[in-house]
Design a protein around this ligand. Structure first.
Ligand code: WQD
Length: 344
């Protein structure tokens, strides 16, 4: 059984990817410092798959613990590296936290890969690296724009570190997956997005508004040059995104990579506006959402959605889940969270 280390494996994208890896017969080990997730995510993974992955609770920047992990868990076949801080607004206020968690930790992990002969890594990147693309849909050849935030900068730096390392170290191979906007939850509603505090992202804010936890949703701007004036994004179901990671890991383990460093856009190829998302959420879940149009949010781009040709043809992966399923699963998960809270 091939062994995959998933850093950040109790997080939103990490936990859904762990489920898909176990379903595909991989043995999964998780390192997570629980700074932005909860230990009981392991219960959800176990209920869905019947397997409780080995879990190691420490900060990836802790060199001594990372050495101990690799020494006591030999034979790791690949790594999926999710562990990072990801709040754009917070990164502006705490840049050093982001450069430590997102850049220093990656450098340390790559050094350990070399030291313990682990060759394959899948890296969690982001469409943020493109900024506001000049041409849409955005392809993998679109240039990086100056990052709008330290968070976005850490993703650009992370990719450059991987590119340079894979060029210099022939025994390290990497695939960067550039996510668009992950939304929704596992159909079992046993795992999903767990925003701590006030959600920055659109979908958890929508579900919390529908749940009455938030009084109203603020729509950040309707004066963009888009279909209805609100900003456009490429929303992708979390399970489609999780499956992309399994495909990437298999590509590496089966030695199908063309070149030591590859990168793919992981989106649906379809852009939807904030107002279109709200309408879809209301329609699918048969409810009315309380929202108000306010001024634009600093740092937001107007429109970004993926050209998925390369991922579809070269990686052999395609998003299949519908926007209705994204909206339905997001709401079902929110209702599960509320029922769990009420039982406490
Ligand atoms: C989506 C749209 C907001 C909240 C972020 C990260 C990116 C990636 C995806 C990791 C925007 C609008 C939002 C609200 C709103 N993450 N909005 N009211 O900013 O596109 O991207 O998540 O890979 O790296 O930056 O996502 O969900 O914050 O915003 O109107 O209360 O919804 O203005 O147009 P974003 P988001």
């Amino acid at each position: 059984m091939k062994k995959i280390l998933v850093t950040g494996g109790t997080g939103y994208i990490g936990s859904h990817t762990v489920v898909e890896l176990i379903n595909e017969g991989f043995e999964v080990l998780i390192i997570d410092d629980l700074s932005n997730s909860q230990r009981d995510v392991l219960d959800g993974i176990e209920k869905i798959t019947g397997v409780r992955p080995a879990f190691f609770d420490f900060d990836l920047c802790d060199q001594q613990k990372l050495d101990q992990f690799f020494q006591t868990n030999p034979g790791i076949n690949g790594i999926i590296h999710f562990a990072a801080s990801k709040a754009v607004g917070e990164s502006v206020l705490k840049p050093l936290l982001y450069y430590r968690n997102n850049v220093s930790a990656l450098v340390l992990l790559l050094e350990k890969m070399k030291q313990y002969s682990v060759a394959e890594i899948v890296f969690s990147s982001s469409c943020t690296v493109y900024g506001q693309p000049d041409k849409l849909p955005v392809t993998e050849q679109s240039p990086f724009k100056p990052a709008e935030s330290p968070y976005g900068n850490t993703k650009q730096i992370g990719e450059e570190i991987l590119r340079d390392t894979c060029k210099a170290e022939k025994d390290i191979h990497a695939i960067a997956l550039r996510y668009f906007n992950p939304v929704g939850a596992h159909p079992s509603a046993l795992i999903g997005e767990l925003p701590l505090g006030v959600p920055a992202n659109l979908i958890p804010f929508i579900t919390q508004t529908a749940a009455g936890i938030r009084s109203e949703l603020k729509v950040f701007g309707n004066d963009y040059n888009t279909v209805d004036g609100s900003a456009v994004r490429d929303y992708i179901h979390i399970n489609d995104l999780a499956r992309a990671h399994v495909v990437a890991v298999k590509r590496m383990l089966n030695k199908q990579q063309k070149g030591n460093y590859e990168y793919f856009n992981i989106g649906t190829g379809k852009g939807l506006s904030v107002l279109e998302i709200i309408k879809a959420f209301e329609r699918v879940n048969n409810l009315k959402l309380n929202y108000k149009i306010v001024e634009r949010r600093a740092g937001d781009v107007e429109q970004v959605y993926a050209d998925t040709t390369f991922a579809n043809q070269e990686l052999g992966w395609k998003a299949t889940e519908t926007i209705d399923e994204m909206m339905r699963s997001a709401w079902t998960w929110q209702q599960y969270l509320m029922s769990r809270e009420s039982k406490k």
